[in-house]
Ligand binder design. Structure first.
Ligand SMILES: *Cc1c(COP(=O)(O)O)cnc(C)c1O
Length: 411
């Protein structure tokens, strides 16, 4: 008799986006003429940069000839891409990395989900609340948590509330935690940590021999000076942090798939008897066993992001999204709403007016102005009373949505 991994039974259904779709479809059936604008999209909408397309076409042609054809590549990624990542994303910020500390992958989602495999099951994990669900669910699947309780929190996970009261910066936990997931600029709140605030976490990790799993998927959206792009800008972080980056939001690769994870050789964790081990070696072993690398064509496309034209083109696209972000921010503020994020991230996180719940505000926005966003409560209990709008729509739709809010929303 084949038994299942019963940890999977503890997972919550993917309720959030299914419930949004259900409510939108119901409304559309009842109001077939409504022109609905979606500002809940967590996906990019602009096409790949021309430099990327050109490099991928060239790589496809190489695959068509025996002399330049490539089969299995290095599981860790091709050197031509890794060297550009180090040169452009790290060396420019004074961070030295060796090529064997960077692992190219098919996504920060897969890497942030898979990384927990190289850690012991007895580790206590800490996540911010609200949170990107992958960090929690991958640990539930592995059996590192208990069951979910009535407040929507899993037992054995330490939740770090991020609300307006603490300016969306998590406070250090009172109990000891071993693996800490941090994502800044944050999805969903759009908020950041300053270097000083991030240093507190690095110091905590050093003191407690914990590991920080730092998701920096939105670093390309940072506009302010004091906001760290990489956790390795903080002294000592190379001993305690693994960093996840992705071409998804930076360069429109959500459907193309390319990301990378940095595991410095200094990062160590322990056996139960206290023996030290490099996480770099464990992750390398995990990847070489279970992953066969990102396609050559895609890695050539990613490498083209670092050409002069590539950099200019992706910057223009990010500027376009960030212009939408300010349209949303300014518009909501002029309505007297309390607004967070949207300065260093493509997400705007607003406090619902009149103490409406996240879902009550969702329905109100849908019915009164035909605009769809994402209820904050869907990202965790501390997201209740908040609402997420994203900057990934078109400028026209974003402007139209804000115009409708200004003229028709009853607040
Ligand atoms: C979009 C996103 C990513 C990127 O994931 P990919 O698998 O690389 O597309 C990573 N982390 C967060 C928090 C995100 O929102």
């Amino acid at each position: 008799m084949a038994l299942i991994n019963e940890n999977y039974l503890r997972l919550q259904g993917s309720y959030l986006f299914a419930e949004i779709a259900r409510r939108v479809n119901k409304y559309k059936t009842e109001n077939p003429d409504a022109n609905i604008i979606r500002l809940g999209i967590g996906d990019v909408t602009k096409p790949l940069a021309p430099a990327v397309i050109e490099a991928m076409h060239k790589a496809v042609d190489e695959m068509a000839k025996a002399e330049t054809f490539r089969g299995y590549g290095p599981e860790q990624g091709y050197s031509f891409l890794i060297s550009k990542i180090i040169e452009n994303d790290y060396k420019t910020r004074g961070i030295h990395l060796d090529e064997d500390e960077v692992f190219v992958s098919d996504g920060a989602k897969s890497d942030t989900g898979n990384i927990q495999e190289i850690f012991g099951l007895d580790n206590i994990i800490a996540v911010t609340d609200p949170v990107y669900p992958v960090y929690v669910d991958s640990n539930v699947m592995a059996g590192r948590t208990g069951v979910i309780n009535d407040s929507g929190r899993f037992e054995k996970i330490t939740y770090l509330p991020c609300t307006a009261e603490n300016s969306f910066t998590p406070e250090l936990p009172k109990n000891r935690v071993d693996m800490i997931y941090l994502c800044f600029p944050n999805n969903p709140t759009g908020m950041t940590l300053s270097k000083e605030q991030l240093k507190k976490w690095v110091d905590y990790a050093k003191q407690n021999k914990s590991i920080i799993l730092y998701d920096s998927a939105y670093e390309a959206f940072i506009r302010e000076d004091d906001v760290p792009h990489s956790i390795y800008e903080i002294e000592g972080a190379k001993e305690v942090a693994i960093e996840f980056r992705s071409f998804s939001k930076t360069a429109g690769f959500t459907g193309t798939r390319c990301a990378y994870t940095v595991v410095p050789k200094e990062v160590i964790a322990y056996t139960a008897s206290g023996e030290e081990h490099q996480l770099n070696k464990l992750w390398n072993r995990r990847q070489t066993t279970k992953f066969n690398g990102v396609p050559y064509v895609i890695q050539q496309g990613a490498a083209a992001v670092y050409t002069k034209e590539g950099q200019k083109q992706i910057k223009d696209t990010i500027d376009y999204y960030m212009n939408n972000a300010s349209i949303i921010r300014d518009g909501l503020k002029s309505l007297g709403l309390t607004v967070f994020g949207g300065i260093n991230a493509p997400y705007i996180w607003l406090k619902t007016p009149k103490s409406l719940s996240s879902w009550e505000f969702f329905d109100k926005l849908l019915k009164e102005v035909n605009v769809v966003g994402t209820p904050g409560a869907g990202f965790g209990p501390s997201g209740e009373g908040y609402f997420r709008l994203t900057a990934f729509g078109s400028k026209e739709n974003t402007e139209e949505a804000i115009q409708r809010l200004k003229s028709k929303l009853d607040i």
